[in-house]
Design a protein around this ligand. Structure first.
Ligand code: MG
Length: 383
């Protein structure tokens, strides 16, 4: 265990050094411009309820909307956009996010390029509030990317050629609806299915009656017996399922490790993996992690998670909540380096407020716009 810790610490330092090295050069070039820009950063935000195109059903709940808060940071002529999405089961709300953002005072910082200092300050305002923190982190990355004049995937030196296919979620529903949704998902190369009910096999068989595309499953901790979980993993593998996300309750570390050891297909941690230190707990228990910006507090920590997981030879997927194209396009900046992308959150809503990354022929496709590569699609009244 000690040597593993030592290795993780070393890998973290290497990842941090790599990041500073890359960004240092870019910042050095652009500092001339930014220091000439006088002014204060100003954060503003607006509550925004996401309307879902279909009723969204998990093993524990159903809903038709997702509470969300859109953020904006202004600095001189530059404007960066961010977002906090708060599915109810994660414990944040429009009220808690607005209360957090009301405490944020960015006027104490003279230069948005001081991202480490600014985001350390944000992280120390409270112990939780992960989505609220992400909304500031994303807006700051968008702002700084615009000041540099490059999108983050280019600043990090990632290769657009390596973009993964994105999965498209088919919710739990009646067989005829599932068949219809599967047909509607024609442009997507991988389907994602939520499991964790006693009708799981029927649901997979229903999808298999219309397509032989690869499927990934998210059990959302729904399996409670480890022998049943292993049995399911073998059955799912035979049905062309490519991985299992969070099969068993996150607290049951030994049971999840047992499933990983005996499953013919990889396992991923989602609920069990929130912040960067959780990577140490998940290493050896799962084959991979699901990074979501609303859990990682944004791109700064999401990028570190990705680099460190790679150093530990773990698989990585980039996921999302139901979000506008703001959060999704921010997450997509990391996509060239992941094994799987689950970035369909903006496709599941009817009232997207931005246009950004696109899914072209099932693939995550980034653009060359600076920052996180988005433009507002309407007028938003930030306060
Ligand atoms: Mg999940």
């Amino acid at each position: 265990m000690e040597s593993r810790r030592g290795f993780i610490k070393g890998a973290a330092l290497t990842a941090a050094a790599l990041q500073v090295g890359t960004l240092g050069n870019v910042f050095a070039k652009s500092n001339t411009n930014s220091s000439a820009k006088k002014g204060k950063m100003k954060l503003s935000f607006i509550p925004y309820t996401l309307e879902l195109a279909h009723v969204f059903t998990l093993s524990t709940s159903s809903r038709t909307t997702t509470p969300d808060v859109l953020t904006r940071i202004e600095f001189g002529d530059y404007v960066g956009y961010g977002e906090a999405s708060m599915p109810p089961y994660l414990g944040e709300s429009i009220e808690s996010v607005c209360a957090f953002l009301s405490k944020v005072d960015l006027s104490q910082f003279n230069d948005p390029m001081e991202m480490e200092k600014i985001l350390d300050y944000i992280d120390h305002i409270s112990p939780l509030d992960k989505a609220a923190k992400a909304s500031v982190d994303i807006a700051l990355h968008d702002l700084v990317g615009k000041m540099i004049g490059q999108p983050w995937w280019k600043i990090w030196g990632y290769d657009q050629e390596k973009m993964p296919n994105t999965s498209y979620t088919i919710g739990i529903d009646k067989p005829e609806v599932v068949r219809q949704k599967t047909k509607e998902a024609a442009p997507y190369k991988i389907l994602k299915v939520k499991l964790g009910r006693d009708t799981d096999k029927e649901l997979i068989e229903t999808i298999r009656s219309v397509t032989d595309k690869p499927i990934c499953v998210d059990v959302n901790q729904g399996w409670t017996d480890r022998n049943f979980a292993v049995e399911m993993s073998h059955w799912l593998a035979e049905k062309g399922v490519v991985f299992i996300e969070q099969g068993m309750p996150k607290e049951r570390i030994d049971d999840n490790a047992y499933l990983t050891e005996h499953s013919p297909i990889p396992t991923f941690a989602d609920e069990a993996f929130q912040r960067l230190p959780d990577l140490i707990k998940c290493h050896g228990v799962y084959n991979g992690i699901n990074i979501k910006l609303m859990k990682s507090t944004g791109l700064r920590e999401g990028h570190r998670m990705l680099e460190l997981a790679r150093a530990l030879d773990m698989k990585v997927m980039i996921g999302c909540m139901t979000e506008t194209s703001c959060g999704i396009s921010a997450a997509a900046q990391l996509a060239p380096m992941v094994d799987y992308a689950d970035l369909d959150g903006n496709l599941l809503i009817k009232n997207d407020a931005y246009s950004g990354m696109k899914i072209v022929d099932g693939k995550v496709t980034l653009n060359d716009k600076p920052g996180i590569g988005i433009v507002p699609t309407g007028s938003l009244r930030f306060k």
